[in-house]
Design a protein around this ligand. Structure first.
Ligand code: ADP
Ligand code: MG
Length: 252
């Protein structure tokens, strides 16, 4: 269980969270939505240890995350950032081996069966790309490579900050379906930030609405993505349409 209790956080003098409480549902897909600047990426940074809370605690299975050894933390929690630095001079294979670093001991390289990494590559349909340089790949291929690096860590929790932003529609859906398959097949707990509320409706078990550093609503997708809640928090006019195909949000 990954939870955040009574957390305060600010950047220099800019206050972001005051007494924030949140716990992530295990083995589910949780989507964080909210206007720009509401603190979504900051929440991810706190939960994945790239920023430290000013006060309050963040716990993984009952332990303060900062008391956990970095390599042990990396075996449990992985993140796919919104924009990844480009490691142009590295091949896909070399990059994915980076994901195995937490499993290397001081004197020995990772003893994992190479089959394990091949399985991840096959699962993500990037096996044929493994000797290519990252710079040779399309946006959709790169995104799957970053997911492969995160999966090579064999985490229990996977965070993805706006994973579909740079993908075309074909790859957006392919990527989200893949995440759903990973969640359903392996019980991976997934937490992602999405801007597209129809994708949030379709692919989440739970939706969290963050606005101005506060959780305004948390619940099943259709409880959070309603005409009233979305129009108030995003300052848009919209309606929710129910069809046999599911529930959709239409903005105007
Ligand atoms: P979101 O991901 O919801 O768009 P962020 O968590 O990135 O929001 O940012 C929340 C607020 O914190 C914004 O006002 C943003 O400008 C500010 N902020 C984000 N990162 C930094 C930083 N490194 N230093 C100072 N302010 C920041
Ligand atoms: Mg962000």
């Amino acid at each position: 269980m990954l939870e955040l209790n009574n957390v305060d956080f600010s950047y220099h003098n800019k206050n972001i969270f005051n007494g924030l409480n949140f716990s992530l549902q295990d083995n589910k897909i949780t989507t964080i939505i909210g206007p720009n600047g509401s603190g979504k990426s900051t929440l991810f940074k706190l939960l994945t240890r790239s920023e430290k809370a000013k006060s309050g605690e963040i716990k993984l299975d009952g332990s303060d995350i900062w008391t956990i050894q970095p390599r042990d933390f990396a075996k449990k929690v992985a993140i796919v950032h919104q924009q990844n630095q480009l490691y142009d001079e590295m091949t896909v294979n070399e990059l994915i081996k980076m994901g195995r670093l937490p499993y290397n001991s001081l004197f020995e390289n990772d003893q994992t069966d190479p089959e394990k990494l091949n399985k991840i590559l096959n699962y993500l349909e990037i096996e044929p790309l493994k000797n290519k340089f990252v710079s040779e790949l399309s946006g959709g291929q790169q995104q799957r490579v970053w997911l492969a690096v995160a999966l090579a860590q064999e985490p229990e929790y996977l965070f993805l900050d706006e994973p579909t932003t740079y993908l075309d529609l074909h790859f957006q859906y392919r990527f989200l379906k893949l995440l759903k398959k990973l969640n359903r097949d392996q019980g991976l707990s997934i937490c992602m930030i999405l801007h597209d509320l129809n994708q949030a409706l379709q692919f989440s078990d739970q939706v969290v609405l963050l606005n101005q550093g506060e959780i305004k609503k948390i619940g099943q997708p259709e409880e959070v993505i309603t005409k009233e809640i979305i129009s108030n928090n995003f300052k848009i006019d919209c309606e929710v349409i129910k069809t046999d195909q599911g529930v959709f949000l239409r903005q105007y």
